[in-house]
Design a protein around this ligand. Sequence first.
Ligand code: NAD
Length: 338
Amino acid sequence: MDNKKHILITGGAGFIGSHVVRLFVIKYPDYHIFNLDALTYAGNLENVEDISNKPNYTFIHGDITDLDLLRQLFDKHGITDVIHLAAESHVDRSIEDPLQFVRTNVMGTVNLLEAARKKWSPREAHTFYHVSTDEVYGSLGATGLFTENTPYDPNSPYSASKASSDHFVRAYGETYNISHVISNCSNNYGPNHYPEKLIPLFINRILNNKPLPVYGDGNYTRDWLYVEDHATAIDLIFHEGKNGETYNVGGHNEWKNIDLVQLLCDQMDQKLDRPIGSSRKLITYVKDRPGHDLRYAIDSSKLQRELGWKPSRDFQVGLQQTIDWYLENPQWLEKTNG
Ligand code: NAD
């Protein structure tokens, strides 16, 4: 076996994972990237088609709930590091079927930790990186920001499963000396986002003149970050983050859902040569999601101060680029059946 890094990236056929895999494969030709993905409804190999022939890239179709498979992969490929993104990621689906979220997000993470524990010696340099969400912190009131010291207070089965997997990563670090980092990031947007999530869902619905269902009074507030800015944060944290630390990642870019939807409507009207304001007529208010968190907002000053990261993409520009990508890739949208 050579001495270079053999990084197992899980969930690399999904939204964020595909951007992370691309960044690592292109930027680090000396690493070998193994993309492990079960290709659930949210996974799509077209997301990484452009790098699929690179010599430092291997796709593995497999499930993180299969511990035997993970052990074989660690043995066969001499996995040196893990960047773990594979997850069930949609809050509404977690309310319908919480057990699937426990199986994938909790058991899947523990399986990866087990495979790493059995294979990695504490004397060697390894990193287990868990990519997590700001939703583990629960809900904010009208003011304040989530810091790395905010107590965990998850409200949905999704966020509870991610909180649990964060705890397991930390516990394996403490108990078995597995070198680890965790990042908790705000809402991402950008190309390749499965159209069950707000921005791509509404782009698709505006395109097809379908109603735009906004939960409750539309005042739910989220902090939006362009997916490539998240990928650069992951690159930085993986290489320079300190063992055992958590880093919050966010865009300092809070939007009430209703304001975001109106902006999206107007940008789409402009793109589609429709009278400005016409798509806003598609907005309908629907019954609230149970356990809906009012506001998420991230304080990412630790990451900015200690590792020098900052988000680069202006939101209006990023949104425009996202719209352009979906309009230029109608076959992707159709295939995902959003
Ligand atoms: P996604 O749903 O787009 O992709 C998830 C990927 O994981 C898919 O390719 C899917 O096929 C794969 N997968 C699911 N179950 C699997 C299993 N059992 N074995 C192997 N692969 C499996 O998700 P995303 O939005 O790209 O999120 C990626 C990660 O980032 C998740 O861990 C999520 O919790 C976290 N995160 C997401 C956001 C966001 O705004 N999307 C924000 C913060 C953190």
